[in-house]
Design a protein. Structure first.
Length: 71
């Protein structure tokens, strides 16, 4: 199982990551703003992540990391 980790304060809200997720689990957090004043990206269902890393590869600011979950 994989876990998606965002540096939310580094996110500029470009939404590119939301367009490439095959599971459609990466969305913009419309309920909050980050330190830069943008709605950051978030994963709504971590357990559905397949670890494809498409979101991390397309991110122009390299604020997304994919890590393997322990256990």
């Amino acid at each position: 199982m994989m876990r998606v980790i965002f540096d939310e304060d580094g996110c500029k809200g470009c939404e590119l990551c939301t367009t490439v997720c095959p599971k459609k689990i990466v969305v913009m957090a419309k309920d909050r703003l980050n330190a830069k004043g943008f709605h950051p990206a978030q994963v709504i269902e971590q357990d559905k992540c397949i670890g494809c890393r498409f979101c991390a590869m397309i991110c122009p600011d390299v604020v997304i990391k994919i890590k393997k979950r322990k256990g």
